[in-house]
Write a protein that binds this ligand. Structure first.
Ligand code: ADE
Ligand code: ZN
Length: 324
């Protein structure tokens, strides 16, 4: 089955580019930007990646992202991720970035988006990997800050397909960003949101009803509301599930407890994604392998995960036809 999973074409819909910053590249970038890292080696830093919950991860993740300063840094980060995509037979990826993590410390929005976008263009040329960019609002910040960020996003709408919502879910429900999402929608952007990762099923309902999302990031706590699961099935609402992330952040105790295969067998449009692979110990193939090891899936079920991701992606109908 390993050969089958490796060769299976994959589509990634939930990847934070800042979360793909491997310790080795972090050290290299920090050195050229003359930033001190309080660890002796990349390996020592990797050893420190032990998390109790989402917040304990986010604290370390934002620290790591602060090493990124120049357009070249964002290019190198994105390029390294694309090289991993090539190894994993990822044919299309929709990547998140967190503009406020950078603009709030004085890095220009243009620096960030240009570095990421140019690497993605080169990834398409060199590897044939198609891509879209989704800019996420940090939900621990205010709606005013999100709207200010939206103004920058709209200046780069030729490069950005949609907006998302990430960071600390507890205490920051979808409702807080209703107006910002309404403005984004009116401007023609797609919308997605993290919901039902650590927060309750109600956040999934509110992301769908109030933020008009096209898909839900994580969404695994939908099982706490049977009517919601039925609605997800009937409306073919996709969940971008991140199995290794969920184990690392203790959303589930271990992979055998994870509900992704149950949801797939019930007809929910679930997909497999890597979230923050540099922090959670695995890219796309690793996530597929880990789920299959605990749940013994058929080839047809594994293929369905890719079909689900193609259907839930923001690629054009023509390109979907090519990938189907
Ligand atoms: N930002 C990066 N990874 C995240 C996750 N898994 N949940 C919420 N915000 C994030
Ligand atoms: Zn995420």
């Amino acid at each position: 089955m390993k050969e089958f999973i490796l060769g299976l074409p994959k589509v990634e819909l939930h990847l934070h580019i800042e979360g793909s910053l491997e310790p080795e590249l972090l050290f290299k970038i920090a050195e050229r930007n003359q930033i001190d890292i309080p660890y002796d080696s990349p390996e020592a830093l990797r050893q420190a990646y032990q998390f109790e919950d989402l917040q304990s991860f986010l604290d370390i993740y934002y620290q790591g992202a602060h090493a990124l300063h120049t357009e070249q840094d964002f290019y190198d980060l994105t390029w390294a991720y694309l090289e991993r995509c090539k190894l994993d037979n990822v044919i299309h990826t929709e990547i998140f970035f967190d503009p406020q993590t950078h603009t709030d410390r004085g890095i220009a929005f243009d620096t960030v988006i240009n570095g990421i976008y140019n690497a993605l263009l080169d990834g398409e040329k060199s590897f044939g990997i198609s891509s879209n960019i989704i800019a996420c609002f940090l939900r621990h910040l205010s709606q005013e800050s999100a709207i200010e960020t939206l103004e920058s996003i709209l200046k780069h709408q030729d490069k950005i397909t949609g907006v998302g919502l990430d960071s600390s879910e507890a205490g920051n429900p979808p409702e807080k960003f209703k107006y910002a999402f309404q403005l984004a929608k009116q401007a023609g952007l797609k919308t997605v949101a993290h919901a039902g990762e650590e927060g309750p099923a109600q956040n999934i309902i509110d992301a769908i009803d109030m933020l008009k999302v096209s898909r839900v990031d994580h969404g695994v706590r939908c099982v706490e509301d049977e009517d919601l699961v039925k609605q997800l099935i009937n409306n073919k609402m996709a969940l971008t599930v991140c199995p290794l992330s969920n184990i690392k952040l203790r959303v589930f105790n271990d992979m055998s407890q994870h509900n992704i295969v149950d949801l797939l067998r019930r007809g929910v449009t679930v997909t497999i994604n890597s979230d923050d692979p540099a922090y959670f110990g695995g890219y796309m193939t690793d996530n597929f392998m880990a789920v299959n090891q605990s749940h013994k899936m058929t080839k047809s079920e594994l293929t369905q995960l890719t079909i689900n991701a193609i259907e839930a992606s923001f690629i054009s109908e023509e390109l979907k036809d090519k990938y189907r």
